[in-house]
Design a protein around this ligand. Structure first.
Ligand code: HOZ
Length: 429
């Protein structure tokens, strides 16, 4: 397998682009080597500029849940393009997508569209502060909520991959109201409430996907919601990854927990830049122009992105692939575990719906500390062998693998074969 053209583009890109990437998770920093440059994608597959084709388990870090270039989505985008690309004024499709989103999440009476998950979360945090009149926010170690200053501490995703505790350039003042708790540990949340009486809310990924996949244990979400509300604070649920992916109504539908504020992204734009935050009326009425919490965006509700979102969610509802996702993820899990046993490699596999990944550790992973026991050198060997065997994974131990509904039985055979060879490579390293 050759990566000559990717290498050439990488060298060229370095001149005017930082690390030749526009998001650090795309750099191959923790697995060694250089980023692959992509030429095209269709269905379950993605092809790099050297012509190597892979089963895509990155899926743009989640949005391409139907696979790439689904024909209905493509048709909707093409149609929207003919009417104009951006107006800075309202359109009918914004109302249509807002209804689809609010119908799916019973806790959302109203929604505001923004352009990314980062924007959705920073607005959701501001809204919690505006509604409660309090300043402090609790976040969980290993959860990642985009690159806003206040939450860029003890974060997963690229920071975990690059082993960074936080980001330079974030002033002390920006994080002075951020408190850190341990995922799946209600006592660590309670300790903060015992010490502080100005906590506006607590934010979490209901299933973490940015420290690898980590699931909430034994009623954690329900207990958290009850406790946080009893203290006059809000539960902010970051469903940027899990929204419409775990279930049409997100992780909240599966765990029967209603967020006070929900943040969305990824799938709702069908591959275009869309984020959203929403809540019940009394909270959303704080937002301008109804209330005094200001938040705005020139490209928010962009007509092409709305068309992509509506067609993606409509098709998703029709396909209802959630059972299939579970089955496929289970097959991958079983195969990972069997191969690991066969070659004597220690692994733990975490999965939730269409999100899955192995950790190279014998520790049961329920929080960030445990996730960090994974041997990332083993992951790097595993990653490259998967690439050489035609499976595109996120180049990081701490990112979830995603499934699309376009995955076929033939693809699954290829994935199984790749896993076997990759685990063998880890055993022989
Ligand atoms: N884990 C990240 C998003 N939740 C990956 C995408 C990125 O940062 O580029």
């Amino acid at each position: 397998m050759e990566f000559k053209k990717s290498q050439e583009l990488y060298n060229k890109g370095l001149k005017n682009m930082v690390g030749a990437v526009n998001s650090p998770v795309r750099a191959f920093a923790s697995v060694g080597g250089n980023p692959l440059f992509i030429k095209k994608a269709k269905g379950s597959k993605i092809t790099d500029v050297d012509g190597n084709s892979y089963i895509d388990l990155v899926l743009s870090y989640g949005p391409m849940i139907l696979g790439h270039r689904h024909k209905k989505v493509q048709k909707a985008i093409t149609k929207a393009l003919k009417s104009g690309y951006s107006f800075g004024a309202s359109t009918k499709n914004e109302i249509k997508l807002a209804k689809i989103v609010c119908d799916a999440f019973p806790g959302m009476d109203k929604v505001r569209f923004v352009n990314s998950g980062t924007e959705a979360v920073l607005s959701g945090i501001r809204l919690a502060r505006a509604f409660t009149g309090k300043d402090k926010i609790i976040k969980f170690s290993g959860c990642y909520h985009g690159h806003q200053d206040a939450l860029l501490v003890a974060a997963g995703s690229g920071l975990a991959t690059l082993s960074l505790p936080g980001s330079k350039g974030v002033p002390e003042g920006a994080v002075k109201n951020t408190l850190i708790a341990n995922y799946n540990d209600l006592d660590s949340v309670k300790a903060h409430f015992e010490e502080h009486d100005d906590i506006a809310g607590i934010i979490l990924e209901p299933v973490a996907g940015n420290m690898g996949v980590v699931t909430p244990q034994n009623g954690f979400l329900k207990e958290l919601k009850e406790y946080v509300n009893s203290k006059g604070a809000l539960l902010i649920v970051d469903e940027v990854m899990t929204g419409f992916r775990s279930k049409f109504g997100g992780a909240q539908e599966l765990f029967e927990v209603e967020a006070d504020i929900t943040c969305l992204g990824k799938v709702i734009g069908g591959g275009f830049p869309v984020g959203a935050y929403g809540a019940r009326n009394e909270i959303m009425e704080m937002v301008a122009p109804l209330g005094g919490m200001y938040q705005a965006g020139t490209l928010s509700g962009n007509p092409i992105a709305m068309a992509a979102g509506i067609s993606t969610l409509s098709e998703l509802k029709k396909q209802n692939p959630y059972e299939k996702f579970n089955e496929v993820a289970q097959i991958i899990e079983v195969f990972l575990l069997e191969s690991a046993k066969k070659y004597g490699v220690e692994i733990t596999v975490n999965r939730f719906g269409s999100m899955i990944n192995p950790f190279f550790t014998n520790v049961h992973v329920t929080n960030f500390e445990q996730a960090q026991t994974s041997d990332t050198k083993k992951f790097a060997v595993f990653f490259w062998e998967m690439i050489r065997n035609g499976v595109f994974l996120p180049p990081s131990q701490f990112e979830a693998w995603f499934l699309s509904s376009a995955i076929s039985e033939k693809d699954m055979k290829k994935i199984m074969k790749a896993i076997d060879k990759s685990i063998e490579a880890v055993a022989n390293m």
